[in-house]
Design a protein around this ligand. Structure first.
Ligand SMILES: Nc1ncnc2c1ncn2[C@@H]1O[C@H](COP(=O)(O)OP(=O)(O)OP(=O)(O)O)[C@@H](O)[C@H]1O
Ligand SMILES: [Mg+2]
Length: 162
């Protein structure tokens, strides 16, 4: 059975990291992740876990100032974007569709922070929304279109942290 929406509790930062590792190990090349969540919600922390799951040795820095960080040393390429400082018109000029359709760069996992800045979206993507709870975070996820692989085959493992 394909589950297209779901939610998870991430009690601490380690749980967020574990979820990222899981996604980094399982997501197929060509998957676009659109990350929503206020400042400090854990978007970058999650992508850092994805980097580890992909087997990338370098530490992943937040692309707040660089806009796009690219890592080619993992299982598949990782393109990590932060659109916080951009307007939708500036985002259009980045020609991101060339990344998500594989014409501009080899298909990889593209993780986009502040996806509300996107003037348009890919046909297929995994939406991840992080919100603060009392001490941890809550994650709601939704798949739009037919992803190259099912990101959360049942049963979804617990990400309990520690
Ligand atoms: N599940 C969690 N419970 C508690 N703290 C968490 C959890 N996940 C991440 N954190 C912590 O929250 C902070 C999140 O920072 P992070 O830079 O990832 O946020 P962000 O969403 O990328 O923010 P920005 O919009 O500024 O880029 C980090 O200090 C991280 O350790
Ligand atoms: Mg961030």
């Amino acid at each position: 059975m394909i589950q297209t929406t779901g939610e998870l509790n991430l009690p601490d930062a380690q749980a967020t990291h574990e979820l990222g590792c899981y996604l980094g190990k399982t997501l197929a090349a060509g998957t676009v992740l659109l990350l929503t969540g206020e400042l400090g919600a854990g978007k970058t922390a999650l992508v850092q876990g994805i980097g580890e799951g992909l087997g990338i040795q370098d530490s992943l820095e937040s692309p707040t100032f660089t806009l796009l960080n690219e890592y080619d040393s993992g299982r598949v390429p990782l393109y990590h974007l932060d659109l916080y400082r951009l307007t939708p018109a500036e985002v259009t000029e980045l020609y991101l569709e060339g990344y998500w359709d594989g014409t501009e760069a080899p298909l990889g996992i593209m993780a986009i922070e502040w996806c509300d800045r996107l003037p348009y979206r890919p046909k297929t993507y995994l939406s991840l929304t992080l919100t603060h709870t009392k001490t941890g975070r809550h994650l709601a996820w939704e798949t739009i279109g037919n992803l190259p692989s099912n990101p959360f085959p049942l049963p979804v493992p617990p990400f309990q942290g520690g």
